[in-house]
Design a protein around this ligand. Structure first.
Ligand SMILES: Nc1nc2c(c(=O)[nH]1)N[C@H]1C(S)=C(S)[C@@H](COP(=O)(O)OP(=O)(O)OC[C@H]3O[C@@H](n4cnc5c(=O)[nH]c(N)nc54)[C@H](O)[C@@H]3O)O[C@H]1N2
Ligand SMILES: Nc1nc2c(c(=O)[nH]1)N[C@H]1C(S)=C(S)[C@@H](COP(=O)(O)OP(=O)(O)OC[C@H]3O[C@@H](n4cnc5c(=O)[nH]c(N)nc54)[C@H](O)[C@@H]3O)O[C@H]1N2
Ligand SMILES: [Mo]
Length: 768
């Protein structure tokens, strides 16, 4: 099956959730074959005795609903538990070159990988191999490669146990080259929060949602990417908690929600409005917005105190707990409204209206996602969010705090257990003491640096624990070309994707069990664990029979690779760990005794166990020892880019409702009213008129930077959509070829996928 011919663009009138969501779930259950396999599984999703959803990382409540899953979680379950398989016969029938002509959807939709495969360049096919042969040849190829020239990528789905083993494999081999999907995602958070509040993760737990009296919501598409959070938001909205949203696009889940699990709401068509104020700022305007909010709050405070009223600033908190306030406040006062309005695209009065609500609220949560982190100013954006919360002491008290919404289901946890290219974030002395080796102390490569190394030839070997690196990163065309020069590529995966169609000199595709499947080892079925967005750690039990008995678990594959590569050198009891994952958890506890106290004992706790976060108790492990205000250098998204020409728009790349990252479930984006295609450019009526575009025109986008490289994406259909002036939007990963590798957040190196300067070229006028 390839992309359907019938496309349709008409606004969606329904709420998020509701009947549309049930229809979408039942469609995919039928499509994927065995309803029983996925259908029964759904009842165990996100339950203490069940498995943790393989979709997003949102918190799992201690008292789950009868069905504690959402539309997109159900799709992810059905996708993993499909009965279709990609066997050696499949690869005999299709060359790799032929498979490159398939759409991303069709590659994954072909089913689950079943046997270890080796790429054979002569026949341009993957050929069947055995696990032992695969491990032996990979080990033999990797062992002589300079550890500094090898990369150990991890996508954020692998469990804490697998991730801990993966990081030890890399370190015993001799490098800290451990980039992960977080480098394209919340790394801006992981860099900003330690400076601002002394912990790398959010401070909010589910309880706080019950106590908050105001929510600020920046750049996260809750209805699509973390739909279970709609329950907390709906409950808050019903308590009349104001929810103030800043997002260039009108996202349906942020507007209205019908709870598909409420019979009353479903039969009466009742929906709850979510956002009380919705501000469509310009892409990249967030520093300006938050500067405007701070400026307005300072003004309210000055006016109130002048008339003998209650101060709006939490002066006691600022004096006792913070550093850098004076400098920040001076900057806010000195920044003109004119400049704030120009950069944010919002009016002074709109920002004052939002500030007035914030100023009256006693406990405020600030939620954010990729709309803040994936910008040149990604780190400053997150620091500004903290500044705003500090003004009224909104960190370290019930109902308040900062809430980054993480992506992959264990991406936060991978960092916690040592997947990091930064040696200072890992207790190397502990690793040295526990395993009696010299851990590498040189900073490793993150995602962007790994890409640079692949392009310039410095990287020779690339091993991937899941994910679809080559499709998720920027600069797709140059990356694909450079990829084939690698000496060794190894992919551990559940399903076939485009990255697997680009191979190094020696290349292997190793199929693993999914988290929902039962993982039997020498001591019986194993449990794995993960950390959610609110720093709670949960056990996950596989419940479905594995799709093939030739699959191995991720820990077993990592152990196999490590033993074959390190040989006598390794001091880790890999086989004992694979026999009993409880022993890996003991090792994690020995490495991080405070975070993982009584790990095996507590992992089954309903709602997960919360790891200690000093910032929640107002203990600040920052360089200043205080919660630290950071003053941004500029309000501008692209401080170092040349002044943009009038025909240049900022392209926002987003996810549809029918995808999980590069996994494309289908071609509909229900909430945005787009059916049957992903090759679209969303653009506002004003810009369409200005640029002479009509609905249905076919266009090409070209990146508007002057670095000697031409980057284009062709064949996009123009769709009129409510997008602010100066901006346009398209889908990830289709638009990734447009993102220059150097176009990333300055400190965190997260690709700036939410603001890519582009020009539009008309290819064909609409026929209708
Ligand atoms: N179903 C589903 N669930 C997912 C995923 C998925 O693909 N599908 N992906 C998972 C992963 S890995 C992640 S990281 C998360 C991603 O979840 P999100 O953080 O929601 O990511 P995006 O969909 O990329 O878009 C974020 C939002 O930012 C807005 N935005 C764009 N530019 C700006 C800006 O300059 N300022 C502001 N304020 N807003 C802006 C966009 O309009 C969009 O609504 O979801 C996770 N969950
Ligand atoms: N333009 C643009 N680019 C982006 C983004 C954006 O918003 N815009 N978002 C970025 C973000 S936030 C992220 S997180 C990255 C995502 O980057 P990745 O995490 O690398 O990509 P995914 O699409 O999540 O990976 C999907 C593949 O994972 C494999 N897989 C699925 N389940 C398992 C499992 O249990 N085990 C193993 N071993 N493999 C499994 C399957 O083979 C599947 O094809 O993309 C980034 N790229
Ligand atoms: Mo992500």
């Amino acid at each position: 099956m390839s992309q359907p011919d019938d496309t349709d663009f008409s606004p969606y009138e329904g709420p998020a959730g509701g009947w549309g969501s049930l229809k979408s779930v039942s469609h995919i259950l039928v499509e994927e074959g065995d309803i029983a396999r996925a259908g029964v599984a759904l009842l165990k999703q996100n339950k203490p005795d069940g498995f943790m959803c393989v979709s997003c990382a949102w918190a799992k409540p201690a008292e789950p609903r009868a069905a504690e899953f959402c539309e997109n979680g159900a799709k992810a379950t059905a996708w993993e538990l499909t009965t279709r398989t990609v066997t050696p016969a499949f690869f005999e029938a299709h060359t790799v070159t032929e498979l490159r002509t398939w759409a991303d959807h069709d590659l994954e939709n072909a089913g689950r990988l079943t046997e270890p495969m080796r790429y054979d360049r002569a026949s341009d096919r993957y050929v069947r191999t055995t696990w032992e042969e695969a491990f032996t040849e990979i080990g033999r190829t990797l062992a002589p490669i300079d550890p500094k020239a090898s990369v150990f990528y991890a996508s954020g789905r692998a469990s804490l146990e697998t991730s801990y083993m993966w990081s030890l494999f890399a370190r015993q081999f001799g490098c800290n080259n451990l980039p992960d999907s977080s480098n394209m995602c919340h790394e801006s958070t992981s860099v900003a929060l330690p400076k601002s509040i002394g912990v790398p993760v959010g401070t909010v737990t589910l309880d706080d949602f019950e106590k908050t009296d105001c929510i600020l919501f920046f750049g996260q598409n809750v209805g699509v990417n973390s739909p279970r959070m709609l329950h907390q938001l709906q409950a808050a909205a019903k308590r009349r908690v104001p929810i103030i949203t800043f997002n260039p696009l009108k996202e349906r889940g942020l507007e209205r929600f019908t709870n598909p699990q409420s019979p009353v709401e479903m039969t009466t068509g009742q929906d709850t409005r979510i956002s009380s104020q919705y501000h469509q700022l310009k892409a990249g305007g967030d520093v300006a917005v938050m500067m405007g909010l701070a400026k307005a709050i300072l003004a309210i405070d000055a006016a109130d105190t002048a008339t003998g009223g209650e101060p709006v600033l939490d002066r006691a908190f600022i004096a006792e707990h913070t550093a850098g306030f004076e400098h920040f406040a001076a900057k806010a006062k000195a920044t003109s409204w004119e400049r704030i309005e120009a950069v944010s695209g919002l009016s002074r009065s709109a920002l004052e209206r939002a500030a007035a609500v914030y100023a009256r609220s006693k406990a405020v949560i600030l939620i954010y996602g990729m709309g803040l982190t994936q910008h040149r100013t990604g780190v400053e954006n997150v620091q500004m969010a903290c500044n705003l919360l500090f003004l009224r002491g909104n960190i370290g008290r019930p109902g308040a705090g900062i809430c980054p919404v993480r992506g992959h289901s264990n991406v936060q946890g991978q960092r916690t257990v040592g997947i990091s290219e930064k040696p200072d974030l890992v207790p190397m002395d502990k690793l040295k003491a526990l395993y009696n080796f010299e851990p590498p102390m040189e900073t490793g490569l993150n995602t962007v640096e790994a890409c640079e190394g692949i392009i310039d030839g410095g990287v020779k070997a690339f091993l991937a624990l899941g994910g679809n690196f080559l499709t998720a990163v920027p600069e797709t065309a140059r990356m694909q070309e450079a990829w084939e020069r690698l000496d060794l590529t190894v992919q551990i995966a559940t399903k076939l994707n485009r990255n697997h169609l680009y191979n190094g000199r020696v290349a292997y595709l190793l199929p693993c069990r999914g988290r929902i499947e039962i993982d039997r080892q020498a001591t019986g079925p194993q449990i794995v664990t993960m950390e959610d967005s609110t720093a709670c750690i949960h056990a996950s039990h596989g419940i479905a029979e594995p799709i093939a008995d030739t699959l191995r678990s991720e820990p077993a594959i990592v152990a196999g690779l490590a033993k074959a590569t390190l040989g006598e050198r390794t001091t880790i009891p890999w086989d004992d760990w694979v026999a009993d994952y409880g022993r890996v958890r003991d090792a994690i506890e020995a490495t991080y005794p405070e975070q993982f106290r009584d790990f095996n004992g507590r992992m089954g706790q309903a709602g997960g166990f919360h790891r200690p976060l000093p910032a929640r108790d107002r203990v600040w492990n920052t360089p200043t020892g205080k919660a630290t205000f950071a003053t941004p250098k500029s309000l501008d998204e692209n401080p170092d880019a040349p002044a943009t020409a009038p025909d240049v728009l900022q392209l926002i790349t987003v996810r549809s409702n029918d995808q999980f990252n590069t996994t494309i479930y289908g071609y509909d984006d229900r909430f945005r009213g787009i059916k049957g295609t992903r090759k679209v450019l969303l653009i506002g009526a004003f810009e369409m008129a200005r640029l002479g575009l009509q609905d249905g025109d076919t266009i090409a986008l070209e990146t508007a930077v002057d670095d000697g490289i031409r980057r284009t994406v062709e064949g996009l259909t123009v769709v009129r959509y409510d997008v602010p002036m100066g901006c346009c939007a398209g889908y990830y990963p289709e638009c990734n070829p447009l993102i220059p590798l150097w176009h990333h957040a300055e400190e965190s190196k997260v690709p700036a996928a939410k603001s890519v300067p582009v020009r539009i070229h008309r290819m064909e006028a609409a026929t209708a």
